[in-house]
Design a protein around this ligand. Sequence first.
Ligand code: ATP
Ligand code: MG
Length: 651
Amino acid sequence: MSDDAAKTYPPSAEMAANAHVNAERYAQMYQASMDDPDGFWREQAARVDWIKPFSQVKDVDFTLGNVHINWYADGSLNVSANCVDRHLETRADQTAIIWEPDSPDEDAKHISYRELHSQTCKMANILRDMGVGKGDRVIIYMPMIPEAAYAMLACARIGAIHSIVFAGFSPDALAARVNGSEAKVVITADYAPRGGRATPLKTNADQALLHCSDSVKLLVVKRTGGQTTWVDGRDFDYNALAADAADTCEPEEMNAEDPLFILYTSGSTGQPKGVVHSTGGYLVYAAMTHEITFDYHEGDIYWCTADVGWVTGHSYIVYGPLANGATTLMFEGVPTYPDASRFWQVCEKHKVNQFYTAPTAIRALMGQGNDFVTKCDLSSIKVLGTVGEPINPEAWNWYNDVVGGGRCPIVDTWWQTETGGHLMTPLPGAHDMKPGAAMKPFFGIKPVVLEPTTAEELTANPAEGVLCIADSWPGQMRTVWGDHERFEKTYFADYPGYYFTGDGCKRDADGDYWITGRVDDVINVSGHRMGTAEVESALVAHAKVAEAAVVGYPHEIKGQGIYCYVTLMGGEEPSEELRLELRNWVRTEIGPIASPDLIQWAPGLPKTRSGKIMRRILRKIAENDYGALGDTSTLADPSVVDDLIENRMNR
Ligand code: ATP
Ligand code: MG
């Protein structure tokens, strides 16, 4: 993946002519955001309706021991009024949410802004009656159904802080989060259908609540009507209560810096962090990035396939799109049910204009062959997006050629739970794209590349090092819930004066940014530093390899050796010849220095529920130190770990 060899894809003339932001406008706006950040963000704040206008734009300090981040601090607003009420005058009958159920045999729902308003108000009134008030915490443990969005907006309406726990998480993980946030209420559903199977969510919640305070109440939404047990006095029947609840509810006036939600990071690199986001700055940033990154225009149908359990679902299914008065599609199911054509069938059925998914889904679908895609009419799609991890060029090209038909720009959005919204991405009408590159900073974002050990800022191009951000932006997290010290230590201690992202990156000769993976995933082989993502990309480019994960392990001569976990394509058999072939393949693709030392055949890789490979676990196994694997509660399938331990190569 040498930079000069990377092909660039400029935006089409049509896209450049019609997009909100073209190259010239990007340059001018970016410059303005650097020259006068206060003026720039004062202007952007007009994207939301304020109850009381703010006087000061920003008050930020990144100095260890005194870290604080405030935006629009003396202004007040309500997020649910911004996402719902303010649209009623102009678009009450427009669809706010298209809901596509798990099974294609069940009908989709179209929820108008008017309906969204009355449902949000009903849920808000029910929560108030259950004793929830401003500043109280509410856990949302729900399938991808419209009620999950009502629940988020209802909390925002009454000033309660929500914390969503992905429906795939275990009772233990749920209990930990109920207790960690001292929540008053858990909102759940009877069952969560997904991929043709239904998880008994209510039963999981029952189990979790055995480990929580007796005062925690449960609000239960009916999804399937399947059987559940009922605890009188503790459990509340949402559907019965909603039938009688009033459908108006005065929104609470919130300070811009009041917390809107707590959300735990994915846990790829360690114990998940309880990220706290604000009300005013977060909403401004989510709305702005949603409109500009996806080039969303009035009337477009926009689909982000994430779950609301992840930050992507918060900013780019619910808050950003609804603040913009968009039509946002919410999908309950999985990409491969009933078959690998489902995503594309949904795009065709609802005439989706912007489609946003993750590399893990793209790779999985790529492995199923092109027919699943090409049999669907995808001509409505204008912009494609990806998020979650670096996308290898192989997958990027498939997404571009087969899904996008070479017509659609791909926004490779780099950001984090912590950042609230996109920090780096090509913009569809403004930038050239390079497969696998995050390209350019968003407005107001000042990325810096630091030499990892000296913390010296590398200003010339090309440059490679750790990625930090030099100044704040409105969507930045404000603290770790209940642990401000951990917040300061994690993000502001290693590189004083900067926000440390934990990611490595390189800036190429053109000044474009590439995320190379986690800083922890950089290995040092005989004095050569290299990102493990590069070796993974080379392996995945081999026709017989479906997926690969690469980590370092202690090596007597080289310092660190290269340990590869390889999942083969269906039908391929592992053999010594293939091992040799892969080793030679990587040597020719990258160079002898990247030659794998150990290759382990892996039937499956340990992944977070959001589909990210947990390399910290693979590192432990490769180091032959698998006794303490750390927090595995966010793992999708813990059983794959046993197989990997049993067949480890470094004994
Ligand atoms: P934890 O912080 O608990 O270890 P996590 O970092 O996986 O978990 P998230 O906030 O969900 O939690 O993920 C953010 C990370 O995902 C980024 O720091 C980056 O490593 C990776 N990432 C996200 N989008 C991209 C992208 N477009 N390109 C490359 N990497 C990405
Ligand atoms: Mg992280």
